[in-house]
Design a protein around this ligand. Sequence first.
Ligand code: PAF
Length: 281
Amino acid sequence: MTQIISEINVIRETVKNWKQQGKTIGFVPTMGALHKGHESLMLKARSECDIVVVSIFVNPIQFAPNEDFDKYPRQLEADRQICENNGVDFVFAPTPQIMYSEGQENITKVVSPEIFQDKLCGKSRIGHFNGVATVVLKLFNIVQPDKAYFGQKDAQQLFIIKKMVRDLDVPVEIIGCPIIREESGLALSSRNTYLSEEQKIKALTLSKVLKKIESDYKAGNTNAKEILENAADILDNDACLEYLEALDTFSMGKTEILKCDTLIAIAAKIGTVRLIDNIIL
Ligand code: PAF
């Protein structure tokens, strides 16, 4: 049975024992409300590492006061079961008091480079990526994994974490894993649980925009402005577009010419639900 550990010293001791036996540790950090996207990360970790640890922690310091921290879905026992079904060895599920024992206001934080914070989600979610980088570094220090698995859906998060690991010489290999979609094309997200059936249909238009861009690019058009403006028309009228951008995957700089490896990222609100999606050409 997959055990839930909430104490930092217990998970540390447990991992230390496994490491002393020469086992490799794969780590999947999550905020719970697990879905098939998370399961794909667990399975990848399972196939590459001896021991798999999943963390479930809704991290208060990555939510702005106007965001959905309080209503973010919490379902620890159901999540534990999903972890067990996917061969996870341990779930690390600390409380905010355990993670931020001296209070979350005055903790030392990781500051991700401003040039990346100012882009895409960073423009509207002020401080979000510092909160993510801080908790991820804390989790790495606690779990000390050999490899850590993140979804490509949060492309900017993945980019910032990879950069943090390089810049701060954190001894962990970061593995980015493909987006998992519903058959309809909707990218899986814990926040999809907020959507009504009608809103889900509207939400689908985000992936349709990306598909249109991909097919225009494949048809030979490489003019980013033209293709993006055209495709944006597909978005449901009730969706509020926050951004639709073409970026260089290596620098995260905006690009005017689409090419192989260009990241196309979109964020839009359906009602009050903010959704993101992306493709790499
Ligand atoms: O992607 C997430 O679920 C979160 O941002 C993460 C990486 C677990 C940090 O809280």
